[in-house]
Ligand binder design. Structure first.
Ligand code: IMP
Length: 427
């Protein structure tokens, strides 16, 4: 059975959660393949809002098996907290949530490492502070990493932490940070292990079996393609492969099974954290950037930080859509642009006086790019009540069509509000 992937084509926060939620109805498996609790997925069902940062969005649907793949880094207290929140809200969570025994475990020393690194004003990336980068560093460094499955073996875990924690402490102390007690950490994490145990499995086998049984699988990317560690705006990226290329390594499912890739974009651009952003609207408290931030509620789901906002950038989108292998795009938050006299889309850049059409993903090159804009008429109508293509004012429809032309892909969905009902299917 072919699988589908939903991936953000900007710097994250493209409202992927809504698309995954809608598609989740027709899938039996929803799988996360990268990142950790740095993601922020918001799902609105009528008057109920669910905010997930680690668990797959599919967990809201009891008929779906939600899988946290081996490509993730997991902080057990966060896992338990999100499960408890759902249970409290009456959403059953049990065997329908599966956690890979090969996912990596985040410990408090990872967060301390991150805190110390981010305190360096010059080297700061503007991370979410959830220990993501240091945990992935340990994964690729191998010596000091702990996988979820290792938490289930008391003696083994104790031995591992007795090796790891003193090394971490020496390093942390050298930078004036906190140190940790291996015995205390062992006891704490053995406690978590009992809560995680019912969910832990070899998820590669679970997913291979699902494929063999012709189940419908939906892969849910976290972060956006411009935050991909290899192809994003390095070094201002996250530490994992957020592009669909992460599916194979992050779950064990070969990419040839993924036959539909849906690229999710906002009708404008936003970014949290540091790094170049050519179309940023840094135009003061009365400016369009602030207006978009307010109307679009552009504040981080994980950290609450105000997001930087700006015009849509089709140079960046062509780059990420081709890397992602996207078949179609969905345009989210179109309603936020209502009331503007005109709207702009960047169609090229000027770099050192020359016009370029490609996206330079190195931060130091991108920082020197000036956007070349195409200006389109805006619309004054409120779009939040639109339900079908014909409800959209002509200027809004023209804007959407132009996005499709510039990106070179069909626009399949337009979203005009957070609720599931506020969704227009174009094809
Ligand atoms: P980290 O993933 O916490 O290491 O942060 C690295 C960069 O990615 C920072 O700029 C974060 O703000 C950004 N980031 C991480 N996760 C997300 C997300 O889900 N949405 C948007 N930005 C994110």
């Amino acid at each position: 059975m072919p699988a589908t992937c939903v991936v953000g084509l900007q710097w994250g926060d493209e409202a992927k959660g809504k698309i995954v939620d809608i598609l989740g109805d027709s899938h039996q498996f929803v799988v996360r393949y990268n990142g950790g609790a740095n993601a922020g997925h918001t799902v609105v069902w009528g008057d109920r809002t669910f905010k997930l940062s680690l668990l797959p969005t599919g967990v809201l649907k009891p008929h779906v098996t939600s899988v946290i793949g081996n490509g993730l880094v997991v902080y057990p207290p966060r896992f338990m907290e999100e499960v408890e929140q759902l249970v409290k809200a009456g959403v059953p969570v049990g065997k329908n949530l599966v956690l890979s025994d090969h996912a990596h475990v985040i410990f408090p020393y990872h967060m301390e490492e991150e805190r110390l690194a981010e305190a360096d004003a010059d080297a700061k990336i503007g991370t979410t502070g959830r220990g993501i980068g240091p945990c992935y560093q340990d994964k690729v460094g191998r010596r000091y990493a702990v996988r979820v499955g290792e938490l289930l073996h008391e003696h083994h875990l104790e031995t591992r932490l007795r090796q790891i924690v003193p090394f971490k402490n020496r390093f942390l102390q050298a930078f004036g940070g906190k140190s940790f007690d291996p015995k205390q950490l062992t006891d704490e994490y053995l406690g978590y292990a009992e809560k995680l145990r019912p969910h832990i499995a070899d998820t590669t086998r679970v997913l291979q079996a699902a494929l063999a049984a012709d189940k419908d699988i939906l892969f849910e990317a976290a972060q956006g393609s411009l935050l991909d560690v290899d192809h994003g705006t390095f070094p201002y990226v996250t530490s994992s492969s957020s592009l669909p290329s992460g599916i194979w390594t992050g779950t064990g499912i070969p990419s040839r099974h993924v036959t539909r890739i849906i690229g999710v974009i906002k009708a404008y651009t936003s970014r949290v954290g540091r790094g170049p952003f050519p179309t940023e609207l840094d135009d003061g408290p009365q400016g369009i950037g602030e207006r978009i931030r307010k109307i679009g509620r552009e504040f981080g789901t994980v950290t609450g930080r105000p997001r930087r906002t700006g015009w849509l950038d089709s140079v960046a989108l062509r780059y990420t859509a081709s890397l992602a292998g996207a078949d179609e795009v969905t345009v989210m938050l179109l309603d936020v642009l209502s009331g503007l006299e005109e709207v702009k889309i960047s169609t090229a850049y000027t770099l050192r006086g020359e016009r370029i059409d490609h996206f330079p993903s190195d931060a130091y090159e991108l920082a020197q790019c000036e956007p070349v804009y195409e200006t389109l008429p805006g619309w004054s109508e409120d779009l939040t009540g639109c339900r079908k293509p014909g409800d959209l004012p002509a200027a809004a429809r023209k804007y959407v069509d132009r996005i499709g032309e510039l990106v070179g892909l069909p626009v399949s969905v337009v979203s005009v509000g957070p609720d599931r009902a506020q969704t227009i299917h174009l094809k």
